[in-house]
Design a protein around this ligand. Structure first.
Ligand SMILES: [Zn+2]
Length: 398
């Protein structure tokens, strides 16, 4: 998804865009009723939401810098502030709502890539270690796998505020013209069409399943951290943060919008070498990598013993996902509290203002609290009490 596509047509055709759009679709279900839901859930604004979700990958096949820039919060903040200033925080007009839907699509894409790449792709590197990572694309394979299960997404007309995008890109130091943006968006339409048609074709399914067997099979598996059902929940939380910021407010859910494992989880893997034993926190705003220090994170057991973890800001500055990698095996049968202390540095020059905590345990799931969502027999661990909802959302299709 965030991988720079090679110029070859096959790679250019699909950068996981069916998956991205499906994540936006599922995320709507997790947004509480209210004004934000009235925008992202408005069928008349799905055109803008889907186009915004597709937009960042359109420039990659052409080698256009706008693609990478559009993925990240500094650019998306420019657009957010432009919307805020242009409409004076009155978002009742159709035009304002269209911009917001597109902005939320951009946010879904950027957050989706970070969650997917930091968690799902990291697992795929392990469980699909024999795949040809150089010459084939896991994002394409998983797109086909997802479309095979869901039917894929409709190819919609291209929409963007082209001239506004051009001028905001110029402000961000990226020269691009409207024609190029439209060409890029047309490439994303091809990718959506490709995902839908390949996903419906058994021969194509077999080809892509063979390329990345684990990643293909688990793409909608809520037992795997970072899979699209999880991404949708993280995106819905992020949308709420973005909505608050459209009013110049700090959302009540800041600074921690998601954790893997989710709070209250049991049976967390103990092997420090395993990708499954990491803890991952997703912050509400892009993080300033240079200013991040180890003692912003504390992992403590019930007796007050502290455990050493190394923070790994995945993708570096501006990204939101931080792995906390244990230096030694987690002790068995132990309950932990993880605290992200106030003072996490954000790229907008602010710092998180309060401590945020979550809990996990290496002990077994209590009989009273069965590990919902683990019927898959899959290799990935973790999960938690929130998983009950996830089976439902997979059923919804636009
Ligand atoms: Zn991307």
């Amino acid at each position: 998804m965030l991988l720079i596509a090679a110029a070859s047509l096959s790679t250019a055709l699909a950068n996981g865009l069916t998956t991205h759009v499906t994540i936006s679709e599922y995320a709507i279900e997790h947004v509480p009723d209210g004004e934000l839901e009235a925008i992202v859930g408005d069928p008349d604004l799905w055109l803008q939401l889907q186009n915004g979700t597709q937009f960042p990958d359109g420039g990659y096949p052409m080698g256009e810098a706008y693609a990478e820039t559009a993925h990240w919060e500094p650019f998306q903040d420019r657009y957010l502030e432009w919307i805020r200033a242009t409409y004076n925080e009155d978002y009742s007009s159709t035009e304002a709502r269209q911009h917001i839907a597109f902005l939320m699509g951009l946010g879904s894409h950027g957050m989706g890539d970070q969650v997917f790449d930091s968690l799902y792709m990291q697992r795929a590197y392990v469980y699909d270690a024999d795949s040809d990572w150089e010459n084939t694309s896991m994002d394409t394979a998983t797109d086909v796998g997802l479309a095979a299960q869901t039917g894929g997404q409709d190819t919609l007309d291209a929409w963007a505020a082209w001239d506004t995008m051009v001028s905001l890109m110029a402000d961000a130091g990226v020269e691009v013209d409207a024609d190029t943006l439209q060409e890029g968006q047309a490439l994303t339409q091809i990718a959506i069409t490709f995902g839908r048609t390949a996903g419906a074709n058994p021969d194509q399914q077999a080809i892509y399943e063979a390329q990345f067997p684990w990643a293909y099979a688990h793409i909608l598996d809520d037992g795997v951290h970072g899979s699209p059902p999880w991404e949708a929940k993280a995106v819905a939380m992020y949308w709420q943060v973005r909505w608050a910021r459209l009013f110049g407010e700090t959302a009540a859910i800041e600074p921690l919008i998601y954790t893997f494992p989710p709070t209250g989880s049991y049976a967390h893997p103990t092997d420090a070498e395993s990708v499954e034993s990491r803890l991952t926190v997703v912050l509400s705003r892009g993080v300033m990598g240079d200013l991040l220090v180890t003692d912003m994170f504390e992992v403590k057991d019930a007796d007050g013993n502290l455990y050493d973890v190394s923070p790994w800001l995945f993708y570096g500055t501006s990204s939101h996902a931080i792995h906390l990698v244990p230096s030694v095996d987690w002790p068995a049968d132990t309950d932990f509290t993880v605290t992200v202390k106030a003072g996490v540095p954000f790229i907008d020059g602010t710092y998180s203002e309060r401590d945020a905590s979550f809990t996990f345990s290496t002990g077994p799931w209590p009989e009273s609290e069965p590990p919902i969502g683990y019927g898959c027999g899959c290799q990935s661990g973790g999960g938690g009490a929130w998983l009950g909802l996830l089976g439902i959302l997979a059923l919804r299709r636009r």
